[in-house]
Ligand binder design. Structure first.
Ligand SMILES: *Cc1c(COP(=O)(O)O)cnc(C)c1O
Length: 417
């Protein structure tokens, strides 16, 4: 009998498949009926619009990459693990447009997409303290990294009836002397929410009172199409230190390029004084960094992309959000507490008691994939049982098709009175 002293079982897996969007979607996609070529799959589950022709990035960005490669200036390892200086400077300038103070290149650290900025942040926080506060619902990466780094997570609720605003009172009740940070995702994934200046200020003041820092995931920065404009959490950096996480993945529709940032929006230098910056730097020296030529292209992409590209994308997203909301209103077993006004997603509530043979959100998604080849994300993946997250950032014809199939699916499964 062979014997080995290593090996992991399900309980100790680093990120069990149920804890990531990718893992949950994989399970649902395994349920697709692949024998029906007449019905192409409509992917409303994850947020990567880049394959759709209407969401192609700007030629200017593509040219910037080509030119960076052709210049032969970026074939080396980058001289520093923190990122090329021109790229850090360009990001500092770009983000400073949204702030009442100016960021410097020293505030900016380059990461492989916002995903790696999350990973670095959580690993640093895991060294600093005992627990962090996450929103519910939440982009699952935060919880997955926290659990793989033995960092305790406490969830505060977002209130659907109030535009998915943070339940501020519950934060004060959750935090204790071991709490080091709270996470805010604005514009929101999965909720499609955009917070007001006033609400963000209240969050900053609450964090200040508790002595914790704010991690602001702004990967959907400026992807807003309602009445609230995008306000960066960094605006309140003099009230409370903010770690701003972002990337070009969503605004430029190039998630495959893997370039993002971790930024200290902290004009009082508190993160420096408390050695958080030292922790970030030592961790960055340990891990991989974005390819040099992508870093080389960043200044041109950030400085030269015209407003017409951004406004074209915003117009498509606004129209798609509108279609999505209207179609969902026609489906009795699904309700939408808030029309999405930002990002690429909407959270909707499923009422399984109106359905004949569907027990919950997961069951709904598995059967919808099997019978109608439509993929949506079950709320359980985000900590919200019997909710669904739908992305509307797909080609408009595919969106209409997918929502039509969801409606037909719900009609077929409705309880007959
Ligand atoms: C997509 C996404 C990320 C990851 O961004 P990348 O730049 O593609 O790594 C991080 N946070 C949220 C909320 C996201 O939706």
């Amino acid at each position: 009998m062979e014997r080995w002293n290593f090996g992991a079982n399900r309980e100790v897996m680093i990120a069990p498949s149920g804890t990531t969007v990718r893992g949950v979607l994989k399970k649902i996609m395994e349920n697709l009926d692949k024998d029906d070529p007449s019905r192409p799959t409509v992917p409303l589950g994850h947020g990567d619009p880049s394959p759709f022709p209407c969401f192609r990035t700007t030629v200017l960005a593509e040219d910037a990459i080509v030119d960076a490669v052709r210049s032969a200036k970026f074939n080396s390892y980058p001289p520093t693990m923190l990122g090329l200086l021109p790229a850090r400077r360009a990001i500092a300038d770009y983000l400073s447009h949204d702030l009442p103070y100016t960021l410097t290149p020293d505030d900016v650290f380059l990461t492989m997409g916002c995903a790696q900025a999350i990973e670095v942040t959580i690993r640093v926080l895991a060294c600093l303290g005992a627990n962090i506060l996450l929103p519910r619902p939440c982009f699952p990466s935060y919880g997955a990294h926290a659990s793989s780094n033995n960092l305790e997570v406490r969830y505060f609720d977002l209130i659907p009836e109030k535009g998915w605003e943070v339940d501020i009172e519950s934060i004060e009740a959750l935090a204790d002397e071991n709490t080091v940070a709270m996470v805010i995702i604005n514009p929101g994934n999965p909720c499609g929410s955009v917070y007001t200046h006033q609400h963000l200020k209240k969050i900053a003041e609450t964090a200040r009172k508790l002595g914790i820092l704010v991690v602001a995931d702004e990967v959907y920065h400026h992807l807003t199409f309602g009445t609230n404009p995008f306000v960066s959490m960094g605006v309140f950096g003099s009230i409370v230190p903010v770690l701003t996480l972002g990337s070009i993945s969503k605004r430029w529709l190039v998630p495959g390029w893997r370039i993002g940032w971790l930024v200290t929006s902290d004009p009082n230098g508190i993160l420096q004084k408390t050695k958080v910056v030292d922790c970030i730097i030592s961790l960055l020296n340990l891990i991989s960094h974005p390819p040099t030529f992508i870093q080389g292209a960043v200044p041109h992409i950030l400085e030269k992309t015209g407003d017409n590209f951004f406004s074209k994308i915003i117009d498509i997203l606004r129209e798609a959000a509108h279609i999505c909301y209207d179609r969902i209103m026609e489906i009795p077993c699904i309700t939408c507490p808030n029309k999405p006004v930002g990002s690429m997603f909407v959270m909707v509530k499923l009422n399984p008691s109106l359905l004949e043979d569907i027990i919950d959100d997961m069951d709904f998604c598995l059967k919808l994939a099997k019978e109608d080849s439509v993929i949506v994300l079950p709320g359980v993946a985000l900590g919200m049982k019997n909710w669904l997250r739908i992305t509307f950032a797909v080609e408009p014809s595919a969106l209409e098709d997918g929502l039509g199939r969801i409606k037909a699916f719900c009609q077929r499964h409705a309880k007959k009175h």
